[in-house]
Design a protein around this ligand. Structure first.
Ligand code: AVJ
Length: 322
């Protein structure tokens, strides 16, 4: 049976209820996320842009330091708008590399393969359409060259810290010795600034969350009254977890699927939708350590609201703690 259907039924049968934020990104969801990235309140994309504008030359030197040809693999490339500044710089500096964007959307991959080489003449692009880890294995089969992994835009934030550790460990396991990881991470800052990014004036985050109910209605033959759910955002400055919920405005029943299975909601009952985890230098070092990476360098925007960390897979026999 369809994984989406199984995940939705499992999440809505749980107590407390939840849905998985990876399902936000259908056609409509992609468009809303693009609007979010351009919006004033959502500072993350702007900050990471500033990092690449300022630090691409330094990042490029680290990528090239061991010498020879290499591959760049980007997990969840999207429209590559964050990456194109860096890629342009690497091409200008005559680095010998192929860019392998990985994305779950075949649409995204087709777009990148046609548009990127036009925008950045001389760039070699090979798209990989699928889930992160299977595609990472595939990339390792396609070429034996040194790898630089990009995981940008605070995508790691969609995992709680223990899940992020497991994820980084798996990533580390799939990488070769001396491969690099450049990862974009959103940092703890004034709680109001963070909350505002996800509880925005324009209601974009609300629409982004509610769109998943629309998607379930359309794809899984459900009958959510989307207007009877309210978006509720929290940020806990102690744990760094920024969480999105939908709250049922009244007692209601929703039917899902061909068998019209019923899911009941109490008044004010919550559905947990998404975490956007924020880090500080301590928790980031802990993440590097516990997943086996060696901290190489860290880049910031001028406000130090966001960071891109550069980590190295240390040689297998090294057990040094940082
Ligand atoms: C794409 C996971 C980085 O959590 O900041 C934006 C998604 N959710 N607004 C984030 C998102 C609500 C975004 N990431």
């Amino acid at each position: 049976m369809d994984q989406f259907f199984l995940d939705v039924k499992k999440g809505l049968s749980s107590s407390p209820k939840y849905l998985l934020s990876k399902y936000f990104y259908d056609k409509a969801g992609d468009l809303i996320f693009e609007q979010i990235m351009r919006s004033q309140d959502y500072y993350l994309t702007r900050c990471e842009h500033e990092i690449f504008e300022e630090h691409s030359p330094t990042i490029a030197r680290f990528f090239n330091a061991p010498g020879g040809a290499y591959d760049i693999i980007e997990l969840g490339a999207g429209d590559a708008s964050k990456t194109s500044h860096l890629l342009q710089h690497l091409v200008d500096e005559r680095h010998d590399f192929t860019y392998y964007p990985i994305d779950i959307s075949s649409q995204v991959i087709e777009n990148l393969e046609t548009k990127l080489p036009e925008a950045i003449p001389g760039l070699k692009v090979k798209g990989l359409n699928g889930e992160y880890f299977p595609m990472l294995r595939k990339a390792a089969e396609l070429s034996k060259r040194r790898k630089v992994i990009l995981f940008l835009g605070s995508n790691i934030g969609n995992m709680f810290p223990d899940e992020a550790t497991t994820f980084c460990r798996t990533l580390h396991h799939l990488m070769g010795p001396m491969d690099l990881l450049l990862m974009g991470v959103d940092l703890k800052k004034n709680p109001r600034t963070i909350l505002r990014a996800y509880d925005d004036e324009e209601g974009l985050t609300r629409d982004f969350n509610l769109n998943l109910l629309h998607r379930i209605n359309e794809e899984l033959n459900a009958n959510f009254c989307v207007d009877d759910f309210e978006h509720y955002q929290t940020y806990d400055p102690e744990t760094g977890s920024c969480k999105s919920y939908l709250i049922s405005a009244k007692p209601q029943k929703v039917r899902i699927g061909a068998d019209r299975e019923v899911f009941s909601f109490k008044r004010d009952e919550s559905i947990f939708m998404e975490v956007s985890q924020k880090y500080d230098s301590r928790s980031l070092r802990a993440l590097a350590n516990s997943s086996g990476f060696l901290y190489v360098e860290q880049f910031y925007d001028p406000d130090e609201w966001f960071t891109d960390v550069l980590w190295l897979k240390r040689p297998e026999n090294s057990t040094d703690e940082i």
